[in-house]
Every structure is written in C-alpha cells, then in structure tokens.
Write a new protein. Structure first.
Length: 329
C-alpha cells in the first residue's frame, strides 16, 4: 500500500509543479478567521447523520459523539484551536452541514454537495449570514471515488471518467457559489480515497478538480486554499513519525478489527474507510503548517472600548463599596 500511494502522489506532484512541491512551498498565513462553516462527507460530519439515526455511527463500536472515527475530526480540532470548541452539526444548531456518505455529485441518498448548499441557503434565509472573514471548508470526493470503483459506469453516466468530471465540476462550482455569496476564505480538500482499488480514480478526479478550479472567476480578495489528501497520505506512509505517529503505523489492519478502540494507538484506519482520530490530528497539524490559520483578535479600538468598559465597571464597584462602608464616628 505504501508503494501504491507513493506512485500516485508522484504523478500528482508532477502535475502540480514538480516533486516535493507540497513540502517546499512556502506556508500561507491565514489570520483573522472569525467563524467556521463546513460542507462535506463523513470525514467532517459532526453528527448530522447521527442526529437522524442515533445508531449511525454506532457508539458501541467506539465512534465518538456522532463522528465517523474514535475522536474529533480535523475540522473539529481546527475549531477548537480557533474558538475553543468543536464544530456543531447543522441539525443541532451549528454551521457544519456535512453528512456521512455525501458525494460531490448528486447521486447518494443523503444531502450531497448541492443539497448541502441548499441547506446553507435555508440557514441564510432564516437569519444566518455569510461571514466574509470566516473559513469555509469543502471536503468531498471520497464517496464519488467509491462509486466509480465497481465495474461499469455509475448509473446515469456513460463512463467513470464522465462521472468523475461531473464530480470535479460540481465541486469547483460550489467554490464559485460560495465566493458569489460573499465567502472570502475557502479551503477545498482533494479526493481522499487512498485505498489500492481507488487510487487511479482519485488521481484522475484530483487532476480534473485542479483543472476546474483554475477556470473559476473568483473575487480578487478571495483566498482559495487547496489540500491534497493524496499528497498527505503519501508523506504519511513514507514517514509517519513526521506527524507524531509511530514508525510502524499499521496501514493494513483496522482499529476495530484489532479491537483496539477507543484508543486505536498505532492504527491508520479506524474501520476500513475512515482514519483514526490520531490521523485526523495529523491532518489538522499539516493544514496548520501549510495555511497557518489563526483566529481574529480585537482591533485596537475594540481593546480600548474593553478597557474603558472594565474601568467603568471598576469605578462603579468602588463607588458602591464606598456607599456601603460604615461612616467613622
């Protein structure tokens, strides 16, 4: 599996600008993030599927608080780092619209990408707003690759390539939609399927996605950030220790198969489809290395208002204390 991943990553590196491009490119700094809005599949679902059916994913198997792994997803870890709390599923009042099983194409039985944008539209119609200094995460593609693996083209398509092209175009189209609504910092993840049967499809889809993204007409002040799972998986397979994972990271046996949940120390996969929480932690760390996300800090005038407010409260408390103090005889 290590060699198969490395082969695909090498091809993507050539497309993107040469071997090692991801490692040597200067990191981007992305300060001033004021909120987090998430669209995607089970890699970022914070509990929407679980809100519809509490038995999915099954907590008895070690799935954590509606996530499809044994701990927080990478987007939760980012939210905790920025705002002190994980993301909240939209069905539970939050702005994480992801559903496990979702696709970029509108072909599954859960809200896919376009339908999740529709849910976001309903949120806006109900009084929500597009935060121009918020971060918008789009994490799709894995389930589209899974759909392309079986023999024959997916239903309604003439070929697997036509299906993957539709996935890439829809994915890129969502970026344009968010831009047009006012989003100005958008993170798009590549197609994450790094299992041997899906590698060739994931490679093809990622190249198509990058091509479609290059054709967008985004606002001059929009920051479009891309994160390649295939590149990440390749670097992780080559040297897990660079991400704080053991050198003998188990890439073949799942945590559930080994009955090692909920801790899952030393395992890459939780259940054969989803990475463990430790790998999500590695994804989060790699994104931070590449993009340097940080929360907004109050402007100087805001600090002054806060200090004036604290001073006024202190003066009031002293005055009240003086009023209550007994008078000397």
């Amino acid at each position: 599996m290590r060699k198969a991943i490395a082969a695909v990553v090498g091809a993507l590196a050539l497309f993107a600008g040469g071997p090692g491009a991801a490692q040597t490119a200067p990191p981007v700094r992305t300060p001033g993030i004021t909120s987090l809005t998430v669209f995607g599949d089970s890699l970022v679902d914070a509990g929407n599927v679980n809100a519809l059916n509490p038995a999915i994913p099954n907590p008895a198997l070690g799935y954590f608080q509606g996530r499809f792994t044994n701990g927080y997803n990478y987007n939760d870890l980012l939210s905790i780092a920025l705002f002190g709390e994980p993301t909240t599923a939209s069905l539970r009042g939050g702005t994480n619209f992801a559903f496990g099983g979702a696709r970029a194409t509108t072909t599954s039985n859960v809200p896919d990408l376009v339908e999740q944008l529709g849910l976001f539209g309903a949120y806006l119609a109900g009084g929500g707003r597009v935060d121009p200094t918020g971060l918008f995460i789009l994490n799709f593609g894995g389930n589209d690759v899974f759909a392309a693996i079986p023999p024959g083209a997916p239903a309604g398509y003439t070929s697997d390539s036509a299906f993957l092209l539709d996935a890439a175009r829809t994915y890129a189209g969502a970026v344009q939609t968010l831009n047009d609504l006012g989003a100005r910092t958008i993170l798009v993840t590549g197609f994450p399927n790094a299992t041997p049967p899906g590698l060739a499809f994931a490679q093809e889809a990622e190249i198509l996605l990058l091509s479609e993204l290059s054709r967008l007409s985004l606002s001059p002040d929009t920051r479009l950030l891309t994160f390649s799972y295939l590149d990440f998986f390749g670097r992780l397979a080559a040297d897990p220790t660079q991400f704080g994972l053991p050198a003998n990271l188990n890439l073949s046996t799942t945590c559930i198969q080994a009955r090692a949940q909920p801790d899952c120390t030393g395992f890459f996969s939780f259940d054969g489809t989803h990475p463990t929480a430790a790998v999500h932690q590695a994804v989060f760390q790699d994104m931070q290395r590449q993009f340097g996300f940080s929360a907004a800090v109050p402007e100087p005038q805001t600090w002054m208002l806060l200090l004036l407010g604290f001073g006024a409260i202190g003066a009031m408390m002293r005055r009240r204390s003086g009023e209550r103090a007994p008078q000397p005889a």
